[in-house]
Design a protein around this ligand. Structure first.
Ligand SMILES: Cc1cc2nc3c(=O)[nH]c(=O)nc-3n(C[C@H](O)[C@H](O)[C@H](O)COP(=O)(O)OP(=O)(O)OC[C@H]3O[C@@H](n4cnc5c(N)ncnc54)[C@H](O)[C@@H]3O)c2cc1C
Length: 454
């Protein structure tokens, strides 16, 4: 008999999973809280982009959607650092110049996935459907139609919570005994701004080098910019919510366009020149919050399971949230295909495989924030990156930088974390030993010179 799955949330993970499961023979009921984006033509709205890398590309390829999604993608093989004076420094992400992360439109990606799901004959997609309650033991989810207010109970062999960081499915699971939940808010928020296309210039229609992820590292704060196919850049300010004694760059103090402009004149002057809609963007665009969510178990009873941000929301500094969510979909599909007659065993196996990896990328994403905003501007950091790239070129089997393992490989995140920690310890030992040799050598030379002179 055909198995039925209800997926709450037609975002990135929910839509991809719908495609996978439909093709694996499931009857898929995909329900989304928001209205149908296809009727709102939302692809033409404000451009918000995402960096997609090896893991995301692999998952899209499995659904046959790689070329459709990537046709408008812009390669970003490295970071372009902007100093306060406007000086630019390019840092290649990998010693392999073929490697690049890709900037793509989030709404266009979601639309491709949604259309692919809707095109499957055994998928039913419905909108304005808010998941509320869950009976994980009997496999019943309750949905409220947000337009009519009517309520419906839907029974299925599997209920998937793909409903994002503030998941209602997870919320319902949390009310059962034995569910661990931890939520940590980042002290920094984010606000999106826009760099407009230009008519002339060396990169027109782009106002800056398009093939780079631009970073303005400013110690405890930073701004980044990713290119869009229309020549614009979506910029994201990452500033503390509250200014501390040592810093006056919190969203609390810089809350209006006039103060914002003054701050930009000091800190991001080269970007301000390229932002004709600065005042309107600064006033209109909200300050978003970022958080890390860790929970366990990801499944409840033998019929409910979480994927994507619902299971593991992470901060965006490694550009891996969507990539990791897509990997979840692959892992869940694999487990369901291995345990065709036991959904409970499949979802438990999926959780065992994914949870350590979700924890690892959550940790690496937090660490990468400090690297991006604080260390990327330092000479010591650049020297260390050069050594890492050199080692990777000479002994690729023995040494792979963390960024390469996370973004250009698909080895499990937990392995990438453990291996990079071992490599870090080893590099530090070698650096300390080398420093010791230099110091000892210098002492001997000075002594020799002194005794020769005496
Ligand atoms: C500023 C920022 C930048 C980021 N940049 C990157 C990046 O460069 N690369 C990257 O890989 N990741 C990035 N991410 C992370 C990425 O956006 C998420 O990890 C990804 O969207 C998770 O997909 P998802 O499907 O789990 O959740 P979502 O994309 O949030 O989708 C959840 C869906 O569920 C729906 N929903 C919610 N509640 C209900 C309900 N009760 N009932 C039914 N439906 C519901 C929502 O409307 C939504 O459509 C970024 C995140 C942020 C905040």
């Amino acid at each position: 008999m055909t198995k039925r799955v209800v997926i709450a949330g037609a975002g990135l993970a929910g839509s991809l999973l719908a495609v996978y499961l439909a093709r694996a023979g499931w009857h898929v009921d995909l329900r989304e809280r928001r209205g149908d984006p296809r009727s709102k033509n939302f692809v033409q709205g404000r451009s918000i982009n995402l960096a997609i890398s090896a893991r995301g590309i692999k998952a899209l390829r499995r659904a046959g959607l790689e070329s459709q999604v990537l046709c408008d993608a812009i390669r970003m093989p490295g970071r372009m650092m902007h100093s306060r004076s406007g000086a630019l420094t390019f840092q290649q992400y990998s010693s392999n110049t073929e490697h690049a992360i890709l900037s793509i439109s989030r709404s266009a990606l979601n639309l491709v996935l949604l259309n692919a799901a809707a095109a499957e004959p055994n998928v039913r997609v419905s909108f304005d459907q808010r998941c509320g309650e869950l009976d994980a033991v009997r496999g019943i989810a309750t949905f409220v139609n947000t337009v009519s207010g009517s309520e419906e109970q839907v029974e299925a062999d599997l209920i998937v919570g793909a409903d994002g960081a503030y998941s209602a499915v997870r919320n319902a699971m949390q009310r059962r005994e034995g569910f661990d939940f931890e939520q940590s808010w980042l002290g920094h928020g984010y606000k999106e701004m826009t760099i407009a296309p230009v008519a002339t210039g060396p990169h027109a229609p782009f106002a800056m080098e398009p093939n780079a992820l631009h970073i303005w590292p400013r110690g405890s704060s930073m701004m980044i910019a990713l290119p869009n196919p229309d020549g614009s850049f979506t910029c994201t300010l990452f500033w503390p919510h509250r200014s501390s004694d040592g810093s006056a760059d919190g969203f609390d103090k810089i809350a209006d366009p006039i103060t914002g402009r003054r701050h930009f004149e000091r800190e991001y002057a080269d970007a301000l020149e390229l932002m004709p809609t600065f005042d309107a963007d600064f006033a209109a665009n909200p300050v978003g919050w970022m958080l890390t969510i860790r929970c366990r178990p990801w499944s409840s009873g033998a019929r409910a399971v979480l994927v994507g941000d619902a299971a593991h929301a992470i901060v965006p500094f490694f550009g891996q949230g969507a990539n990791a969510s897509f990997e979840d979909c692959e892992a869940l599909l694999d487990s369901l295909e291995r345990h065709t007659t036991d959904v409970g065993a499949a979802i438990r196996e999926y959780e065992r495989a994914r949870k350590p990896n979700a924890d690892a990328i959550a940790e690496m994403a937090l660490q990468n924030f400090i690297e991006m905003r604080d260390r990327t501007a330092s000479r010591a950091f650049l020297a260390r990156k050069s050594v890492e790239h050199l080692l990777h070129r000479i002994v690729p089997k023995l040494f792979t930088p963390r960024y390469d393992m996370v973004s250009f490989d698909t080895i499990p995140y937990a392995e990438a974390l453990a291996k990079s920690q071992r490599q870090d310890a080893w590099l530090t030992t070698v650096a300390v030993a080398a420093l010791g040799v230099v110091v000892a050598g210098s002492v001997l030379i000075v002594r020799a010179l002194m005794s020769g002179g005496a």
